[in-house]
Design a protein around this ligand. Sequence first.
Ligand code: TRP
Length: 452
Amino acid sequence: MPRDSGSDQPQKREHWASKAGFIMAAAGSAVGLGNVWKFPYMAGENGGGAFVMVYLPIVFTIGISILLAELIIGRAAQKDPVGSFRVLRGRAWPLVGFLGILAGFLILSFYSVVAGWTVAFAAKMATGMLNGQGADPAAVFGSFISSPMQPLLYACGFMVVAVVVVLGGIRRGIERANLVLMPLLFVILVALVGRSLTLPGAMEGFTFFVTPDFSKVTGATFTAALGQAFFSLSVGLGAMITYGSYLDHKQNIGRSASSVVGLDTVAALLAGLVLFPAVFAFGVDPGAGPGLAFVTLPSVFAQMPAGQIFGTLFFVLLSIAALTSAVSLMEPVVAYFMDQHGFGRTQIVIATGVAAFVLGIPSSLSMGIWSDATLFGMGFLDLIAFVTSSIMLPVGGLLIALFVGWVMGSRAIAELKGNGDTPPALARAWLFILRFVAPAAIAWILIKELIS
Ligand code: TRP
């Protein structure tokens, strides 16, 4: 068996060492701030169970189909996102890959800023700054994110760690880190759920999260749920094309995709079961928005027995989730420059890390000294987050669905079947979703969003 370990040899493509390694890496990409930070606060703002009931069907139809479509593109072409479209079709389609790589880079820039906050809060929790006598989490959070230097130092530290992982390449870097960090993440998550659900008064939060109140479902709920599904599953920009390109043809790719989507969904639901029972048990507002994890939750930990330990664990969990996702935002950019321009991994990983950090500076400052500089009523971080997750990812997902559904068509089905046992009815349902359901749903939601 050939061993491809040389990380600076663009000719010879590295492959995942094991199926479990690939699934952990893809799940590590999917499970991120989107699950543990954003999903609970979006559910909190959108009626709890009502949001979950809209979110889950989207994930298990459109979401899983596009994730599988990306893996198929990558595995078939064995290239970065731009190169993959070139190999499979050429002409204008590689533009989809460019759009994706740009989106990945933009997301990485602000993602590392928020990830820096989580690392900082892990430290603040551990040292008791957030739950000592009279500690005020809202004030701590507010003054931390609005200070110019501190958040940047944490963002820089976080980026350095992500760079170190990606420098190691596929097997020794990304796969190995995920094989350690993902099981750890789930252990912490389950421990926190246990703590939260056994608090007196936890039932009310549990009920809020699992009981759909359909009067709360509006058009906006669908827009929010679709955007969240794309972001959470890491689809729409070619991250899964890139990870799929490190697969060989031996595996049943349909089953792997289901595992990844399953793990991502379980992680989001477990995060909800950490947040809501705790938040309701202490009678605070579940609709606090982005501050839910950083302000509401620390105030809950401050009142809880052994809150300092559980609070620290929570922010360590968030930091791990963020790291394995950030790595997957960097890799498509890296793969592109290695595959298409012959760069060595080392050069391009460092260049990408530095550039994304520099672009993150205005995002970070937009929370403080630059908060008055707004465009369309949004600060820099909010604007980039909006343009990427509400526009670029859905557009990317739409085009990927059309490409696999119509351009690849029967070739995609052949790729899916491979040597495997995918039931023909499922394969047909998948193609139908890619051809009709996903494009129509995404187009409808995009149009609604842009005219509102
Ligand atoms: N899925 C990650 C989260 O939930 C974020 C992420 C990582 C991502 N890679 C991506 C989003 C690629 C879109 C595309 O936090």
